[in-house]
Design a binder for this molecule. Structure first.
Ligand code: ATP
Length: 364
């Protein structure tokens, strides 16, 4: 187990800055996901932790020790990539055993550990199979096993599940979390898939355009996104956002949503902070899951554009143009396309953002 500190880390490729001043503490034994869209600098960060790239500025510390100049081999990290690096001329057993053999581990110990990891990853029936003939799913599982077997203090995984099929991905999400719990490694997991990050990570570092946006537990980033980017990126669908203007009413501070009318009064604590915001132009945010169907004449009225059924969930799309909203229900709420829907949003789940900066308006 090792804690990782990224200290004012910057990475430039020529004139292009791929990573801008990244400060992040990854705790001992923590499962940290680096989450963000393609090109945001996740792999660049990971490669620097591994020792494959040198930072342009800043430092990487493992348990307080500066890793500058320490080669990958000496950092004690296991690394699994999207493109599994498997020796295709070897069978499954020899691939798993490889890292232990090169370290001179006694044969009996190799046998014991190969058996344990093969059982864990359900590779036991395949141990004698040549690797060249294995499916993508099995190869990726083998790549994870090959890195995990040497029990590195730090385990780095860069999009390890992006090439595998959806059903297998769901299985592996559970297994990887289980693996990390069992070995209590510090795990850094790169993904652009918010579901992977939300289901596996202890904390998530959300990145965009080379900038760390927010670090928090899955619930923190879901419930209290620091800005509109995080609000949108986390959740499927992301947070609803309606542009409006703050307005006083006799029942408290509300948001005037133009053609959609006025919202319910804001929660008093949020209203107090919002009154102190420099601008009255805001974005009214709420999660698709935190909406209830209201009686006619109450809540916001929007036309239903279409209704999507995804298994037990119903996603109802409402409104058009800039005033579009998605709502998610656990059951069929009986709304039909083209009818008028009335939705109520619990004031406690409303989030406000400054329209110009996109930053959350909230107390400290
Ligand atoms: P992806 O999932 O697509 O790999 P990412 O978030 O991991 O996305 P990075 O691979 O870290 O993104 O890349 C960040 C930016 O740095 C991208 O714009 C990429 O083109 C650029 N970049 C990465 N490596 C290099 C390099 N060796 N030379 C020049 N630019 C690079």
């Amino acid at each position: 187990m090792t804690a990782i500190h990224l200290n004012n880390l910057v990475k430039r490729f020529g004139a292009f800055t791929a990573l801008k001043t990244m400060d992040l503490e990854i705790r001992d034994g923590e499962f940290m996901a680096l989450l963000g869209p393609s090109g945001c600098g996740k792999s660049t960060t990971m490669n620097m932790i591994a020792g494959m790239e040198n930072p342009s500025e800043g430092r990487i510390l493992f348990d307080g020790k500066d890793m500058n100049g320490v080669t990958m081999g000496r950092r004690g990290v296991g690394f699994v990539f999207q493109n599994y690096a498997i020796f295709t001329h070897m069978n499954v057993y020899d691939n798993l055993a490889y890292g232990l053999k090169v370290r001179g581990t006694p044969q009996a110990e190799i046998d014991r550990r190969v058996k344990a990891i093969a059982d864990f990853l359900q590779l036991t029936p395949l141990l004698k199979q040549p690797s060249a003939k294995l499916s993508v799913n099995i190869l990726q599982r083998l790549a994870i096993g090959r890195s995990a077997i040497v029990e590195p203090a730090i385990f780095l995984l860069d999009e390890p599940l992006s090439n595998v099929d959806a059903a297998f991905r769901a299985v592996m999400r559970t297994e990887l979390k289980h693996l990390q719990r069992q070995f209590r490694q510090t795990m850094v997991y790169v993904t652009h898939d918010q579901l992977e990050a939300m289901t596996m990570a202890d904390r998530i570092a959300v990145m965009d355009h080379g900038v760390l946006q927010q670090v928090g537990t899955p619930l923190e980033v879901y419930n209290n996104p620091v800005n509109l980017f995080v609000a949108d990126f986390i959740g499927s669908p992301g947070m609803n956002r309606l542009k409006g203007t703050l307005a006083e009413s006799d029942r408290g501070l509300v948001v005037d949503l133009g053609p959609l009318g006025r919202t319910q009064p804001l929660d008093p604590a949020l209203a107090a902070v919002a009154r102190g915001n420099g601008s009255q132009e805001v974005v009214y945010g709420f999660r698709p899951e935190q909406v209830a169907v209201a009686e006619a004449g109450r809540g916001l009225a929007l036309p239903v554009t279409f209704v999507e059924r995804i298994g037990a969930r119903t996603v109802v799309h409402l409104g058009d143009g800039e005033q579009r909203v998605k709502t998610v229900f656990d059951n069929d709420v009986g709304l039909q396309a083209r009818e008028m829907a009335h939705i109520a949003i619990d004031p406690g789940s409303v989030r406000l953002f400054d329209a110009a900066s996109g930053m959350a308006i909230r107390g400290t």
